[in-house]
Design a protein around this ligand. Sequence first.
Ligand SMILES: [Zn+2]
Length: 302
Amino acid sequence: MQGIKPLNECMYCGTIEDLTDEHIIPLALWGDIILPKSSCKSCAEITSKIERKVLKGFMQDTRNVANAPSRRKNKRPKSVERTLLNQDGTSFQKTFSLNESYSILTVPEFSKATIFGGATIVQGINVIGHQQLAFGVNMFEFLEDNNAQGIQESTSIDVISFARLLAKIAYGMAVLHNGIFPREESPILPIILNESDDVGFWIGSSDSLLSESKAKHLVLTKHQKYSFSYVHTKSIIQLFNGSELEAFEVAVRVPNWKSIYENNFSLTNTNNRKENEFYFQSTHTESHSKLQTDGKITIKPS
Ligand SMILES: [Zn+2]
């Protein structure tokens, strides 16, 4: 995408010195939108660390198999090891070249963000499940070729880093579409910059379905005006558009977010509401910050 005007200030801290170009969605996830001169070097260091934890963490295997863009493709391994299940249930290991293999991407599913009507989460984020996407070769053919009845996978997901990456994408996209706004009005900036861990209050999974498009990922920025006379901006992120993956939603701009957070309130639509009228609701739950998946996946063609 070309012709985007430079922001000429760091969207994260406001400095106008030492500015670099920012990929809104990481290049390593096929992101091609660049906001020129929009991040200073020290903020870029923080945000690249988030990206590394995700892209070189639980997404690495999929990125290798799916041949995702990378600045260091020559460092990519040539092969991957897989654990397959025999017909009798025992397992065996085998090495495959990248283009002979599948990869399963496990993506956490969160509860709804507190602000959008989910339970109150003051720390961490609630993982309520996980979703899996298959990349690479056709799984049925793969199993047949290897005379296997299933595969065995183990994944460890840094869910907080993943949520922070969603926050970074949501924030960057909102700035790209609407320009910079007062930084103190964003509840997710402290999360991106690792100064706060009230992640699940502002970030969660979404019921929204975005309209179809050919893009790899979709990000929709929405404004809503509440009866309290403030405008609030949220971004809905659909990763791997066209897959069954659920979207995520992120509260990007909420001018009085601190008082909402301190009072454990969420913005919930009333049933018999008038347009743009919302009420506050207070609830409570626990939170978790890590998801561990040890899964045996058996696939049987129907
Ligand atoms: Zn900065």
